[in-house]
Design a binder for this molecule. Structure first.
Ligand code: FEO
Length: 173
């Protein structure tokens, strides 16, 4: 059984994961409107992954005798100055999500809730992967610069990343 404190903290995370899904959906739309098919495909996949992250918390809370809540979500930004800026925003957001996961781990230890502590380890590993992926992409963007030809190549390139994410454990949950 979850403590009330743990349940509330996990419900807050449901909102964060749902908002992440909305943020990446808005990014997918902006990239698609720019004709950047590869980047938008990547962002659609990221958005789906975040929904899976959200659902995993959702099912866990109910499984442990709690009550998962659907909350109101903040409206994400719909425009970005550049692709580099957009991926910079993505990295910052993932660093923030990692902090919120760490905070949940901290609470689970305080509550001596080892089941939740164990459950959260999947997210700890996932955040390492997500941050690393965002950093790799930003490094690539910095390397090619924002010239149109470079961006065109990058948009093609990122499609191979989509294949990797679609077979990662994240999407199988
Ligand atoms: Fe669910 Fe990208 O953090």
């Amino acid at each position: 059984m979850l403590s009330e404190n743990m349940e509330n903290a996990l419900n807050k995370q449901i909102r964060i994961e749902a908002e992440s899904s909305q943020i990446y959906l808005a990014m997918a739309s902006w990239a698609e409107a720019q004709g950047l098919e590869g980047i938008s495909g990547f962002m659609y996949a990221q958005s789906d992954e975040e929904r899976q992250h959200m659902l995993k918390f959702f099912k866990y809370i109910n499984e442990r005798g709690g009550h998962s809540l659907v909350s109101e979500l903040s409206k994400p930004a719909s425009k970005f100055g550049s692709i580099k800026e957009m991926f910079g925003t993505l990295l910052k957001h993932e660093v923030y999500v990692s902090q919120t996961i760490n905070e949940l781990v901290h609470i689970s230890l305080e509550e001596k809730d080892y089941a939740t502590h164990n459950f959260l380890q999947w997210y700890v590993a996932e955040q390492i992967e997500e941050e690393a992926q965002a950093r790799t992409i930003l490094d690539k963007i910095n390397l090619i610069g924002e010239a149109k030809s470079g961006l065109y190549m990058f948009d093609k390139d990122i499609k191979s990343l989509n294949v990797e994410t679609s077979v990662s454990p994240t999407s199988n949950n």
